[in-house]
Design a protein around this ligand. Sequence first.
Ligand SMILES: Cc1cc2nc3c(=O)[nH]c(=O)nc-3n(C[C@H](O)[C@H](O)[C@H](O)COP(=O)(O)OP(=O)(O)OC[C@H]3O[C@@H](n4cnc5c(N)ncnc54)[C@H](O)[C@@H]3O)c2cc1C
Length: 385
Amino acid sequence: MEIVIVGAGPIGCYTAQLLKKYGIKVRVIEEHKEVGRPVKCAGIVGRQVFEDTLIGISKSSVINQINGAFFFYKEDNFRIEREGVAYVIDREKFDKELSKGLNVECGRRLLEIEKRGKGYWLKTSSGDIFADIVIGADGAKSRVRKFMMSELGMLKENKEDDLKDGIKDGIKYYNGWQYRIRVEENFVPEKFAQVCMSEGIPFFIWTIPESEKIIRVGIISKNGRIKLNHFLAETKIKGEIIDKLAGIIPLGMITKTSDKNIAVVGDAACHIKPLTGGGIYYGLKAAEILVECIKENDLPEYDRRWKRKFGREIRFGLWARKVYEKLNKQETKNIFSLFKENEDLIEQAANFENHSVVFRKAFKRPKIFLGATKILGRNIRKIIS
Ligand SMILES: Cc1cc2nc3c(=O)[nH]c(=O)nc-3n(C[C@H](O)[C@H](O)[C@H](O)COP(=O)(O)OP(=O)(O)OC[C@H]3O[C@@H](n4cnc5c(N)ncnc54)[C@H](O)[C@@H]3O)c2cc1C
């Protein structure tokens, strides 16, 4: 049986490593010349990435430990602490580490897929190959997902308004930007990330320290580069930009991510936390479920199992994101104030990978419940439209 994984990002490589571990032959094709490049990631991951996976992932890519975060709304701020909650990684090294021992066919791009009997004929930039099973780990703009959705009759005509909003085939695409800066003065405590909320930005601006001297500052937003430059000027962060990156985050809940002999995983399947855009942990967990289903010869079951594991989190995140994106200036400020007044709760309950936990606990506090209900009430029409 020939299993072909398209894409040697972290999730494609981890899937291949798991298959290899169970003695299942696998072939990995990757369009770029090298695994891990270009980098399109802020590179902050929760500790679970290293502590809660079936195959232990080496920490050799870790360059800093994060012990908490400062949350900002303009000048106002508060801080939560949690020793070792996350790590700052060198993403190129992380991906390369995951690809060790695999024979990745780099420089081979999937161009087209054709159904042939029970399998698939893959047209690639360097010749055609046959696959009994195809796994699409080919990221945000996955060709495998597009093919699968079309085969399953899941592609509907896109509405003009959706396209304007960056929504295509039920998936909303967000653009992210990041600068790596060698700073002139210490701007961020070395072990704390910064999260800056601001109206008009669908996510937040992040500052992640690699060390005392080097920080990563990024944003996910339309016109992100302009807004990022504006933020740097406003906050008077001075230094030399030593690296720039840009990437896409696909958010949505795909109705079906597998069929008999085909599946998508990681960003290709929108396995991403909608409130932060982080995708590595969910992608790794989905890969484990996918390989379990391949072993059991029951790929259609994959869809149900990953949704049972973290589908509710994604659904909640998508809903909360929709609410957050509708807030006006005053409401964003009010939400921030609610967070600040309840920083003790956030510090206790915040979970790097499962964001709904803190919200569920927060809603049990009457003041938060009332504040949130007021905001929801005002926006309900916009949210359900
Ligand atoms: C700006 C930004 C910041 C982010 N920050 C974080 C963060 O801090 N923490 C976090 O957890 N997540 C973060 N993410 C998300 C994270 O990068 C992704 O969730 C993660 O990379 C998903 O891994 P993947 O293997 O599914 O996809 P990818 O990493 O995108 O890998 C897909 C691979 O498939 C290859 N490929 C694509 N098409 C083809 C083709 N046709 N033929 C052959 N190969 C192909 C690509 O070259 C690529 O190597 C961020 C994303 C962005 C855009």
